[in-house]
Ligand binder design. Structure first.
Ligand SMILES: Cc1cc2nc3c(=O)[nH]c(=O)nc-3n(C[C@H](O)[C@H](O)[C@H](O)COP(=O)(O)OP(=O)(O)OC[C@H]3O[C@@H](n4cnc5c(N)ncnc54)[C@H](O)[C@@H]3O)c2cc1C
Length: 233
């Protein structure tokens, strides 16, 4: 199932976005060997006792053995999602530059069922669907703002304004791209926080995509993470 979905290493997210695993050096054996070096022991293949060891390490929050691996993702996401993402300090980022390159004209327009209203009090909001008419009106309003913003951007660039200034008109619904390199411990922290119900729906979809790559590359670690209540070690 997972292998089928991510056969070419890419998961499409939202209307113009994706999560692509550019490369990785990640397996469950690295966790086991990092832990067993304490006893000057090393294994070439996993066995059942190693699976138990991984479950123990996760449950008891011995986090460092989960750091000897690496996932390098290439991500395309709206700016407001990237902004939430970049708050995760343990990891490395490089982002597309609107100083040096022309801004994209791809903007995020939520599907009608993803247009939602906020209900409840701070700390316990829920996000409910809106009437179809309001959903469509929201999409139209967004498209109108995006069209106007991008037309202004192009006009300013054509008249000789530097891209680094013309970009000021770009809305946070515009797409950006970045590389993100991270180890499994930090990835679990990201998934724990951002694939949760409390996270904004859009970044949640990205976190769910990252989660599938974790599951594919480190299935024992992933299963232990889920069994431990999705709390990063
Ligand atoms: C639902 C939700 C709502 C949010 N709302 C807001 C908001 O309203 N305003 C806002 O500003 N942010 C908000 N955030 C962002 C949040 O505060 C974190 O910045 C973000 O989730 C990154 O988490 P992190 O620090 O665990 O990750 P990372 O920065 O990747 O850090 C990983 C871990 O390393 C350790 N660590 C990293 N840096 C330090 C440090 N300086 N000192 C000690 N330990 C450190 C911690 O154990 C941390 O958990 C929100 C996040 C979520 C998920």
């Amino acid at each position: 199932m997972i292998a089928e979905v991510i056969a070419d290493g890419t998961i499409q997210v939202l209307d113009h976005g994706f999560v692509r695993l550019d490369d990785s050096m990640a397996d469950d054996l690295s966790v086991v060997n990092a832990a067993r070096v304490s006893f000057a022991r090393r294994k070439e293949a996993m066995d059942e006792s190693d699976e138990g060891l991984i479950r123990f390490l996760l449950r008891e929050r011995h986090g460092t053995p989960f750091e000897h691996n690496s996932f390098r993702f290439h991500i395309r996401a709206p700016l407001f999602v990237a902004r939430e993402w970049f708050r995760h300090r343990v990891g490395s980022f490089n982002e597309f530059s609107m100083r040096y390159a022309r801004a994209t004209d791809d903007f995020y327009v939520p599907e009608p069922e993803d247009v939602r209203t906020q209900v409840g009090k701070p700390g316990s909001y829920s996000f409910e669907p809106v009437e179809p008419e309001l959903a469509e009106a929201t999409r139209e309003e967004l498209r109108a703002v995006y069209d106007a913003a991008y037309a202004t951007y192009e006009r300013l660039v054509e008249r000789g304004v530097a891209r680094e200034l013309a970009r000021l008109v770009m809305p946070v619904g515009a797409y950006t791209e970045f590389y993100w390199t991270i180890n499994a411990r930090s990835l679990m922290n990201f998934v724990s926080l951002r694939a949760a119900e409390t996270a904004q729906r859009e970044i949640r979809r990205y976190a769910e995509a990252c989660e599938r790559f974790l599951e594919e590359k480190m299935p024992v670690t992933y299963a232990a993470f889920v069994a431990a209540g999705r709390i990063a070690p």
